[in-house]
Design a protein around this ligand. Structure first.
Ligand code: ATP
Ligand code: PH2
Length: 183
């Protein structure tokens, strides 16, 4: 059992139903988890679906937490949040009410298929890298590179616009205790 908290990064995505309500509900559930302390939540992005069948656009964001338990406890918490929003997923990379991925857990690297760290496709996804960078301009994807460098590479390679995203200034996720922003 770990006694110290580890900084961990979770990515949240939704492209079915009331997407922003689902993301806020997921944030609330995740930060209420045992041994989980919220650190930051990113801005919200409207993102084109990457991979999978034709489907609606996603809202994506990143939640940074300090987690006291083992990495798999955080995965279980992420999966329980998905279940709470009755995630329905019939095809790989298809539409879903809620997807929560563990992007990084401290500096750990692990190729366990049940929980691969960092997430095996995080370095290829602007919808993960952009919001993560917003929360921490110095962020580094363990075993790979600074997030800013990875994002620049993804954007440069994205000639077809599959990775395009747009910040939703009109939407905002809140951590518990944060005041409603006026104006
Ligand atoms: N870092 C990780 N975060 C979340 N799940 C992971 C991770 N590494 C491995 N997995 C495993 O991947 C399995 C499939 O995850 P999931 O259904 O969320 O994939 P997906 O969201 O459709 O696609 P992707 O993995 O590309 O995001 C899970 O059962 C989980 O055990
Ligand atoms: N834009 C976007 N595309 C995706 C997403 C996602 O969250 N956002 N999640 C996927 C599987 O995890 C596959 N494709």
């Amino acid at each position: 059992m770990r006694s110290e908290a580890t900084r961990a990064v979770l990515s949240l995505g939704s492209n079915l139903g009331d997407r922003i309500a689902t993301l806020q509900g997921a944030v609330d559930l995740l930060v209420a988890g045992a041994g989980v302390t919220p650190v930051a939540v990113s801005p919200v992005y409207e993102t084109a679906p990457v991979g999978g069948p034709e489907q609606g656009s996603f809202l994506n964001a990143v939640l940074v937490v300090d987690a006291e338990g083992e990495p798999k406890e955080l995965l279980e918490l992420a999966q329980s949040a998905e279940r709470a929003f009755e995630r329905v997923r019939e095809v790989r990379w298809g539409p879903r009410t809620l997807d929560v991925d563990v992007i990084a857990f401290g500096g750990l690297t692990d190729d366990d298929p049940e929980l691969t760290l960092p997430h095996p496709r995080a370095h290829l996804r602007a919808f993960v890298l952009r919001p993560w960078l917003d929360t921490d301009p110095a962020a580094v994807l363990p075993g790979r590179a600074p997030v800013a460098v990875l994002l620049a590479g993804v954007e440069e390679a994205d000639t077809g616009g599959e990775q395009r995203l747009r910040r939703r200034e009109d939407l905002r996720l809140r951590l518990p205790g944060e005041a409603e922003r006026v104006g």
